[in-house]
Design a protein around this ligand. Structure first.
Ligand code: TXA
Ligand code: MG
Length: 354
């Protein structure tokens, strides 16, 4: 088999009674320099042995990801961290004590063990301990640090099910561990602990408010439109999470936003376009008799996070031309949702003035 063409083996893993043979097989694949996709509580990851530069290189090839976009190293205990990072500041330890295992990634000074391909040549490394039984079992069984980005093709929405991974990476990954839908549904929060003041590089599953309960001074600088690839977190480029359809993201008060969405739907429909709308359950009644395919996101912002990427993929599969959605307020998990929607819409949010 050539390096970029693989037979992809998908296997379901029972969360309560995981089959040891499955983990033995996945471990063998990792030891042999192959790729294993696995669920975490945020999104599915595309993993390789973080200490094997050739294996990590295959991740970039499979995803068609630019080499200047560094990867997150996943670990299952603090002992492993000693071989990945050095000079760990006390505040980083406080964050790890509070939020690990969980949806928090910390950027730390890199240990010389970690090959440069993982960190895109930077002298810092991003590390996370995921909180998912399958991810943790794979990390324990293999006893390898696993470098893993989200298991999507570059610039596609992150995968929240094994099916999404297969859509993007069939024939490009050796094994997919199918653990059903991920729970949080958006990626981890990344905090740079090597900056003079800890700074959130990407909002995610752990909110800024939660982080500030531990470190009140933690900074967040929203990334601006047009920020370039040499920025600290290159994967935070605006052209990210984008569907094939054009995304139109609206913000403003509820009545005004839904009036505008109905108006835009009518205009698009009259122009022969197939319209998709992503909407929270409570607002769906506002869209009766609208000429659009409607996907429900659930009844609150946590549900929206867990359903957003799947909803975008569903509408893409239905071949809609345009996807309409309202961005939430930028508080709690809404901050990360707003960030992902801004990126999916390539930097443009339509502010509806009432
Ligand atoms: O929830 C998650 O974080 C998922 C799961 C699989 O763990 N992973 C994930 O990985 O979202 P990825 O590669 O899609 O996004 C990782 C982000 C990228 O934007 C990358 O630029 C940033 O982390 N990153 C990695 N190493 C970094 C470093 N040393 N300094 C700054 N940013 C870094
Ligand atoms: Mg990603």
């Amino acid at each position: 088999m050539s390096d970029n063409q693989r037979n992809t083996y998908v296997t379901q893993v029972d969360l309560d009674q995981p089959d040891p043979q499955v983990f033995a097989l996945a471990t063998k694949v990792l030891q042999d320099g192959g790729l294993v996709a696995f669920p975490t509580e945020t999104v599915y990851g595309l993993g390789a042995n973080a200490l094997d530069a050739d294996a990590v290189q295959k991740i970039f090839a499979a995803k068609e990801r630019p080499a200047n976009d560094p990867l997150i190293v996943h670990i299952h205990n603090r002992e492993q961290l000693q071989h990945i990072a050095i000079d760990i500041p006390d505040e980083a330890t406080q964050l790890m004590d509070t939020f690990w295992a969980g949806a928090l990634t910390v950027v730390l000074p890199k240990h010389p063990n970690v090959p440069p391909v993982v960190t895109a040549g930077q002298d810092t490394v991003a590390v996370r301990m995921p909180n998912h039984p399958i991810a943790l079992e794979l990390l324990r069984e293999s006893n390898l640090p696993i470098a893993a980005p989200s298991a999507n093709r570059f610039s596609r929405p992150s995968p929240t099910s094994a099916y999404h991974v297969l859509q993007d990476l069939n024939g490009r990954v050796d094994v997919i561990l199918d653990g059903g839908n991920t729970t949080i549904g958006i990626e981890s929060t990344i905090v740079d602990m090597t900056a003079p003041v800890p700074i959130v590089l990407r909002p995610g599953g752990i909110s800024l408010e939660q982080l500030r309960e531990v470190i009140p001074t933690i900074a967040f600088r929203p990334r601006r439109v047009g920020e370039d690839e040499t920025a600290p977190a290159p994967g935070t480029l605006l052209k990210h999470y984008s569907p094939d359809a054009q995304m139109m993201v609206f913000e403003g008060n509820t009545d005004a936003v839904f009036e505008r969405m109905k108006q835009v739907t009518n205009e698009q429909h009259s122009a022969g376009k197939h319209v998709g709308i992503l909407v929270l359950d409570d607002h769906a009644l506002r869209l009766t008799n609208v000429q659009a395919q409607i996907v429900l996101l659930g009844d609150d912002l946590d549900a929206m996070a867990s359903n957003l990427f799947a909803g975008i993929r569903e509408l893409d599969t239905a071949e809609v031309d345009v996807i309409l959605v309202r961005a939430p307020e930028q508080a709690g998990v809404g901050l990360a949702l707003h960030d992902r929607l801004l990126r999916a819409a390539e930097g443009q949010i339509i502010a509806v003035i009432s």
